[in-house]
Design a protein around this ligand. Structure first.
Ligand SMILES: [Zn+2]
Ligand SMILES: [Zn+2]
Length: 424
């Protein structure tokens, strides 16, 4: 009897603890569901809004055909340089910048002096300088728009009314935007993550951004974050470089300033921006910066990264970086190629980013200098791919101290895009 009672008690206890365990797990599941439906995300049990999102992705009817992949030429240059017309520059007249550019084979430069140092009147300073002319190196018109909310560069093939842009620098973005439109200029964000002068304007006003400023690569890592945010949200903004060099090598030791040592570390070409231009003209350079057929290399002698896609897997490439196409729902073969002086006995690492996330890492040697990968871009939304290349430093004897500062960053490409709305 006693034993029976004990057994019954034991069984009761067992049942009780089973019931309690059931209640606990039920409570736990309820709690998880509750958490899931609040700040921690969405749950299937949550009633979804049936309001229609008017901005949801719709099939894009027409994307203009991709421009030819041949018939153009690769031009290299620097898009951010300060001459003696910027107050804090030293030993850097326009003629010195042009002579140096010529000596290292640079095809184009844009001298971008601080506009606030001349009340926006760059037309009567930098552009009016008797040294501001060149028969070989293409010379773009531009300036660094130096404002309370940050810095931007203008790139133009011909003179424009820069002072108008200077005057509206503190106005609302929609006012600035209308001036940029009226002037028909290419505005570009500078050092967007600069600690003292980040770009504090709407990125809807710009066509390109400086994702690689100066020889110090490590300063730029966060700029890629902003670039990926812009690309992921459908803003097809071109990534470009700019040395932001202010100081030239002094003619004689007595002309040296405390900043003169910078000339050996950061000068024309650190980094170098490559554009695939349809002709050797300033306008073709600006057009390429706008359409995105652009890559950036650590210096003028470093290999150039080219990024292509074969849409129908027939072995013939159909588009390159900066291009945008409608995906066919079939696998696409992508090719990353290093062109120029690669270190044949060294290995290069190619990192592929897809929609802001790491997609894959590939190794190649300087001898092969090419890798391929395959992926199927979705037909139900936007996709982009871009690459960065790491590897051995290419010597740049004319700017010898730059090599240690650029680290193992060799080059980066612009994105290959699918389903980016051209009317966005
Ligand atoms: Zn600046
Ligand atoms: Zn600058």
């Amino acid at each position: 009897m006693e034993k029976e009672q004990t057994d019954m008690k034991r069984n009761n206890d067992k049942t009780k603890s089973r019931v309690m365990a059931g209640i606990y797990s039920w409570l736990l599941m309820g709690l998880i569901a509750f958490m899931g439906s609040t700040a921690w995300g969405q749950s299937d049990t949550v009633k979804r809004s049936n309001r229609k999102d008017p901005w949801a992705f719709k099939e894009i009817k027409t994307i203009p055909p991709v421009a030819p992949l041949t018939g153009g030429l690769w031009l290299k240059g620097d898009l951010h340089l300060h001459s003696r017309h910027s107050k804090e520059s030293s030993n850097n007249p326009v003629a010195k910048i042009l002579a140096f550019s010529r000596s290292v084979g640079v095809d184009y430069v844009c001298i971008t002096d601080h506009d606030n140092h001349v009340d926006g009147d760059v037309a009567n300073h930098t552009w009016a300088d008797p040294e501001f002319r060149s028969a070989d190196v293409l010379l773009l018109y531009g300036a660094e728009w130096t404002t309370t909310r940050g810095h931007g560069n203008v790139f133009s093939a011909k003179p424009y009314d820069h002072q108008r842009l200077y005057f509206v620098r503190d106005q609302r973005d929609h006012v600035i935007q209308s001036v940029v439109k009226e002037l028909g200029i290419h505005l570009s964000a500078n050092h967007p993550m600069g600690p003292k002068d980040h770009f504090g304007f709407s990125y809807d006003m710009i066509k390109s951004m400086e994702v690689w400023n100066s020889c110090v690569w490590s300063k730029n890592v966060n700029a890629l974050l902003i670039w990926d945010d812009m690309l992921s949200s459908g803003r097809k903004i071109t990534g470009r470089g700019g040395s932001d060099a202010h100081h030239g090598t002094p003619e004689s030791p007595d002309k040296a300033t405390p900043n003169s040592k910078q000339a050996a570390a950061n000068y024309v070409g650190t980094p170098t921006t490559w554009v695939y231009a349809t002709a050797r003209t300033s306008q073709a350079v600006v057009d390429a910066l706008t359409n995105g057929r652009v890559s950036v290399s650590a210096n003028p002698y470093a290999p150039r990264v080219e990024f292509y896609a074969d849409l129908d897997q027939d072995g013939k490439m159909d588009m390159m970086m900066g291009d945008n196409a409608k995906p066919g729902g079939k696998p696409v073969t992508f090719r990353v190629q290093l062109t120029g002086k690669t270190a044949t006995d060294s290995s290069y690492t190619i990192n592929v980013v897809k929609n802001g996330n790491a997609f894959g890492t590939y190794k190649t040697t300087g001898k092969e200098a090419v890798i391929e990968f395959t992926d199927t871009p979705t037909t139900a939304g936007r996709t982009y791919y871009r690459v960065t290349v790491e590897g051995p430093v290419t010597p740049y004897p004319e700017v010898p101290a730059s090599m240690a500062l650029s680290g193992n960053m060799v080059a980066l490409s612009n994105p290959i895009c699918f389903n980016f709305d051209p009317r966005f």
